[in-house]
Design a protein around this ligand. Structure first.
Ligand code: NAD
Length: 525
């Protein structure tokens, strides 16, 4: 009952803020000279205006209008945020696990109640369709629900009688201050991969959302506060490289969760690890779908279209590369026909299947990669470069694009495109397809489409890729399993969510019986 009352109170407060700060949920600055809404910092339980003189514009990708500004936090602000994390840690770590669990039970309820509002913010800042934005929140919500099972996840281990009169116990204890650095493509899901699991285990958290899409994180922070998280347990700073370097170097930060590009991830992994931090880094991808001629054609083509072009291809698990094996190559014209039917529009427009790319620079990069395909001998079967969206002529739109006759040495194959572009290769055998997948440096996700169980088993056992789908195009694990990744797609030892994300140190105790004999006890070592 108490939880329901709190949840209702939380919602009322959010709605009030939303109407004040229309059209975006940013607590608007009182001393900014500009009328553009500014994103605040969240330090020690307060949404505070930054005193920075360096600000970054936030654009609506469907129009390129400036819709807000985010600060590059000053050193003093970042220090204050870590200090708040550090100050609140002992009390939070000592708070009973049941009380922490209750806060996250209330949190999952508040996220559900505000799901549409969070999704609206995502569409505004990131551009994806409202349906995709709701999916973004929903997948993050599932991690919060998983975090609520902390009472099982944090169980330690015991071993009685490791010697005649001695037992051994291990505990999982929180690490301290942890930090998260998020990308632009999942503004709700990825922050929710990070702070809920760390915090429910008793850690405090410093979050740096992507500077392009901070709105969802701000609203999620407000909802966590409304759920009862004590002041200082979650803090939010904004910025780019300086904020990232600050996180990598700060001696009070014990662990870093990063999701984003390889360029940033390799750097953060190296710099954070050098300072003794535990770093997990989920990075780029080139996900292959292998289509066997015995696959169910209807389902496979539908799934390919959704997985390659959905969310405008700006998903780390987008199925961006198809390998057509043997006779499956005859399906290509039909694949093109289906892709042509997708509706490209602003994400908040009814019926939109895919929205714009995040920035004009992203659009230019994607178009250049398509150009490279033509120059290097591939064929463009469907070309989305010149698309015009009525009423949104300034948006960063690229329509579904299919490039065939692609070879593994071509630039459009080697680079992660991160746009609505499917590159298509052909092989005669499954073995050749497996070799292509394993020779590619990335190992994030892959899928095989087949009706043959032996083929599916062979593929899933031989490919060196983190997530494998059998007739499932985007095999993102549910949060009771970990999101993995191999080779260039991941750095670190512990994966996101599942049992591995229990952010802890293991403390070991050995209990012996005081002996009246000679006082020596016998160690098993
Ligand atoms: P990005 O690397 O540009 O940005 C991610 C974060 O790092 C941001 O907070 C940004 O401020 C910071 N950053 C950016 N460049 C930096 C640099 N040179 N040094 C230090 N910090 C830097 O990534 P993005 O464009 O926001 O996201 C897209 C990328 O994320 C794609 O490569 C995609 O595959 C990857 N991604 C991976 C997963 C996964 O689970 N493997 C999930 C989502 C996205």
């Amino acid at each position: 009952m108490a939880a329901l009352v709190l949840a209702a109170a939380g919602r009322a407060r959010i709605l009030q803020l939303a109407s004040k700060a229309n059209p975006t949920w940013y607590p608007v600055s009182s001393f900014s000279s500009s009328s553009v809404p500014t994103v605040k910092l969240f330090i020690d339980g307060k949404f505070v205006e930054s005193r920075s003189d360096k600000w970054i514009d936030i654009h609506n990708p469907a129009t390129n209008e400036v819709i807000g500004r985010v600060p590059q936090s000053t050193k003093a602000e970042m220090d204050a945020a870590v200090a708040a994390c550090k100050r609140s840690f002992p009390t939070w770590a000592d708070t009973s696990i049941l009380s922490r669990q209750q806060i996250f039970l209330r949190y999952q309820q508040l996220i559900k109640e505000n799901l549409k509002e969070i999704a609206r913010l995502i569409t505004l800042e990131q551009g994806k369709t409202l349906a995709d934005a709701e999916g973004d929140v929903f997948r993050g919500l599932q991690v919060v629900e998983h975090a609520c099972s902390v009472t099982s996840l944090m169980l330690g281990e015991t071993m009685p009688s490791i010697t005649k009169d001695m037992d051994l116990y291990s505990y999982r204890l929180p690490l301290g201050v942890c930090a998260g650095i998020a990308p632009f493509n999942f503004p709700a899901m990825i922050p929710l991969w990070m702070f809920p699991m760390a915090m429910v285990c008793g850690n405090t958290f410093l979050m740096k959302p992507s500077e392009r899409v901070p709105g969802a994180t701000m609203l999620l922070a407000k909802l966590l506060q409304d759920s009862g998280a004590p002041d200082g347990t979650l803090n939010i700073i904004h910025g780019q490289h300086e904020a990232v370097n600050f996180i990598c170097d700060h001696p009070d930060i014990k662990a870093i969760s990063f999701v984003g590009s390889n360029q940033a991830g390799e750097y953060i992994f190296e710099r954070g690890s050098r300072h003794g931090k535990r770093v997990q880094a989920n990075m780029g991808a080139k996900n292959h779908g292998v289509i066997m001629p015995d696959a169910n054609k209807e389902n496979t083509l539908n799934q390919l279209v959704g997985a390659a072009f959905g969310a405008a291809g700006q998903r780390c698990m987008a199925l961006s590369t198809a390998i057509l094996v043997g006779e499956a190559k005859k399906w290509l014209p039909e694949l093109v026909e289906r892709a042509k039917k997708l509706r490209v529009n602003a994400g908040d427009q009814p019926g939109a299947d895919l929205g714009p790319l995040i920035t004009p620079q992203a659009k230019e990069r994607v178009c250049n990669l398509i150009d490279s395909g033509t120059k290097e001998g591939a064929s463009i079967l469907l070309d989305g470069r010149k698309i015009k969206v009525k009423g949104y002529e300034n948006g960063n739109f690229v329509g579904p694009t299919i490039i065939s006759n692609v070879k593994p040495n071509m630039t459009c194959y080697k680079e992660e495109i991160f746009g609505p572009v499917l590159v298509v290769l052909e092989t005669e055998t499954l073995d050749e397809a497996i070799k292509i997948v394993n020779d590619n440096p990335y190992g994030n996700g892959t899928a095989i489409f087949t009706t043959n169980g032996a083929t599916a088993r062979k593929y899933s056992h031989l490919v060196d890729v983190g997530q494998v789908g059998v007739n499932v195009p985007i095999p993102v694990p549910l949060p009771m399993f970990s999101f993995t990744g191999s080779r260039s797609s991941f750095r670190g030892d512990t994966n996101f969510y599942g049992k591995q994300q229990v952010t802890h140190i293991i403390k070991q105790e050995q209990h012996g019986i005081l002996s009246s004999s000679n006082g020596l006890h016998h160690s098993p070592n």
